[in-house]
Design a protein around this ligand. Structure first.
Ligand code: AMP
Length: 364
């Protein structure tokens, strides 16, 4: 397929900060973005060409939307599959419904990781309290019960330990279809962001080390402190997953590091918070890379510009903005959210320490 020419319109499902940064990356390439989602005053709408506020299953609104854009992508992975199926009848949707369906369900996702030979925590399907009781015997009492669908930032999860009240844990998740995962006493958490073009060309940024606070990403550092073999293995897992999914766009894969081992935790079929540093810290950002991929353009270089750290500004952290702006070299991004709430991602700050001695990995 020919690349989309400048002036083409990109439809984005979801209107949060990820959509906002996608729209900002699309503009220099000459593309215009149309945001679609149910949220009033979406942060992405402030920087987009047009906005539709409607439910993801509103067929009349979806028809008008698909008629107004040349390609559709998403910045939110819990878009109902029926929404993508409907749109895909009339417009290209990238990544496709299949990749989305795989990533939306923790059980399908873990099974899929197994098909490319990637390891995961031990896990079992839980559809009843009896399943949970049986799985705890097999997997061990130190475990995490997670809903298969719709969990994020630690929501839809219960940590279990010796003597835990399983009935209470099962109730806490409302009896929703779930999985039980063995607890992994990891040495660290990393993610790899891969990008796959329409012609199958693939690349990945070097692995990113992630630290969480209250289940929410707090800071990301790149390159992660891994040995070269482990770093290459992490990038291979992410690129193999993207290829196996016949993926188009940016795919983020989160992993646990346990000694020399890497265990896939989950993947997100979209640009990812742990890749925000790439706006200033890489030759091509994850956002530009995603736009390039879905528009049929060649990928850019994924080389680092130095050692990079990104810190999220969550809730009241946003009060630090005046002092951050006084810090030379601190790149501040605010998401245009007026209401500050505890746990709400308000913005982020990136710092880059240029250096020539970094491994030049990741070029597509
Ligand atoms: P998730 O929603 O699966 O990304 O989980 C959120 C966070 O909970 C992860 O980033 C980990 O810090 C922690 N976590 C999730 N699953 C496990 C596990 N099986 N073992 C240990 N920690 C976990």
């Amino acid at each position: 397929m020919a690349p989309l020419p400048p002036g083409s319109r990109i439809g984005i499902l979801g209107g949060g900060q990820l959509g906002r940064m996608l729209a900002l990356a699309a503009a220099p390439l000459g593309f215009r973005c149309h945001i679609f989602g149910p949220e009033e005053q979406p942060p992405a709408g402030q920087v987009a060409d047009s906005v539709t506020i409607a439910d993801y299953l509103d067929e009349a609104a979806l028809s008008a939307f698909s008629g107004s854009v040349d390609v559709v992508t998403l910045e939110f992975e819990n878009v109902p599959a029926a929404c993508l199926d409907f749109l895909a009848q009339t417009v290209s949707v990238r990544p496709g419904a299949n990749a989305l369906a795989t990533a939306q369900d923790r059980l399908v996702e873990k099974d899929f990781a197994g098909t490319i030979g990637a390891a995961t925590a031990p896990y079992a399907t839980i559809d009843s309290l009896t399943d949970l009781e049986g799985a705890v015997v097999k997997i061990g009492p130190r475990a995490v019960l997670k809903t298969r669908r719709l969990g994020y930032d630690g929501k839809g999860q219960v940590m279990l330990d010796q003597g835990a009240d399983l009935g209470l844990a099962w109730q806490a998740l409302g009896g929703a279809p779930s999985i039980l995962e063995g607890y992994i006493p990891f040495d660290g958490e990393i993610s790899v962001i891969a990008a796959r073009a329409l012609d199958g060309t693939i690349g990945a940024f070097p692995p990113i080390a992630n630290q969480h606070r209250n289940h929410i990403l707090d800071r990301s550092k790149v390159p992660a402190d891994l040995n070269p073999a482990q770093s290459n293995r992490a990038m291979a897992i992410a690129t193999d997953l993207a290829t196996a999914l016949d993926y188009v766009g940016v795919l983020a894969v989160e992993m646990f590091v346990v000694g020399d081992e890497l265990l896939v935790n989950e993947f997100a079929p979209r640009v990812h918070n742990s890749g925000h540093w790439s706006i200033e810290g890489a030759v091509t950002s994850q956002f530009e890379q995603h736009i390039r991929a879905i528009c049929g353009l060649p990928l850019g270089a994924m080389t680092l510009r130095g050692r990079v750290e990104m810190e999220n500004l969550i809730g009241d952290d946003v009060k630090q903005v005046p002092s951050l702006l006084a810090e030379p070299g601190a790149h501040v991004h605010l998401y245009g959210k007026t209401e500050v709430r505890p746990g709400r991602k308000m913005g982020h700050v990136t710092r880059v320490w240029p250096g020539d001695d970094l491994p030049k990995r990741g070029a597509p």
